[in-house]
Design a protein around this ligand. Structure first.
Ligand code: PGA
Length: 251
């Protein structure tokens, strides 16, 4: 069985000192303990360089939480893919519901960012997921299908191969209420079937589909038992180093 992938999405949290202490603690933990999962940390941009330096010679990778849709130029405050590439960042989270709803990122913008990331060899972690209203209106399959088709289905086979999908129902993000494992499996299997129909059986089997939304030490085991769940995108429970290490140990 393939090792599960754990992505720690720190969002806009931690001071420089806190970020550094966390990364040092994580590194020393994995140097002493065999772990049964792959780990990616997504710190805020300003700590990426430090994190990469500390984690040099480990298997822990770094993801950016976002990237500009523009390559370079007069875009005050933006971070480009060339910058991330020059720091040797391997992954970037795109399409997160917080970016969609709070920063008005449309499917078109997200699609552009995906293209740019792939061009620079940085793997997009593409987030999709329905809102509570859409879920209650029984539209969750339709909504996730639309998000995946618009953002991903213009990609060729080589490109889609380099995508990680994270199913993150919006109502479960940061709320303490996770989707139930059966529903998660249903959605992951639905997404895998979409990929199979559009591309191929082998791509659908190899593409990693993660779940995100209030993962914690109590629920992770059951969620990870589901056949089509390849890992998790963890927000809140990735912030406290001892909680996060407990989660890693539990896998
Ligand atoms: P959460 O966040 O674990 O705090 O729900 C998940 C995410 O937004 O990626």
């Amino acid at each position: 069985m393939k090792k599960k992938l754990i992505i720690a999405n720190w969002k806009m949290n931690k001071t420089y000192q806190e970020a550094q202490d966390f990364i040092i603690e994580l590194k020393s933990f994995i140097n002493k303990n065999p772990i049964n999962c792959k780990i990616i940390i997504a710190p805020p941009f300003v700590y990426i360089s430090k994190a990469i330096n500390i984690l040099n010679n480990t298997n822990i990778k770094i993801a950016a939480q976002n990237v500009s849709e523009y390559l370079e130029g007069p875009y005050t405050g933006e971070i480009s893919i060339k910058m991330l590439h020059s720091l040797k960042v391997n992954y970037v989270i795109l399409g997160h519901s917080e970016r969609r709803s709070l920063f008005q990122e449309t499917d078109t913008i997200i699609e552009k960012k995906i293209k740019i990331a792939l061009k620079y060899g940085i793997t997009p972690i593409y987030c999709c997921g329905e809102s509570l209203i859409e879920r209650n209106n029984k539209q969750k399959f339709e909504i996730n299908k639309k998000q995946i088709e618009t953002a991903l289905f213009k990609l060729n086979e080589k490109e889609i191969h380099n995508i990680i999908i994270a199913y993150e129902p919006i109502w479960a993000i940061g709320t303490g209420v996770n989707a139930n494992p059966i529903e998660i499996q249903e959605m992951h299997s639905f997404i895998r079937t979409l990929i199979k129909k559009k591309y191929s059986n082998s791509i659908s089997e190899s593409i990693q589909i993660l779940y995100g939304g209030s993962i914690n030490l109590e629920n992770i085991k059951n969620i990870f038992l589901q056949q089509d769940v390849n890992g998790g995108l963890i927000g809140q429970c990735s912030l406290n180093p001892s909680k996060f290490l407990k989660i890693i140990k539990s896998i």
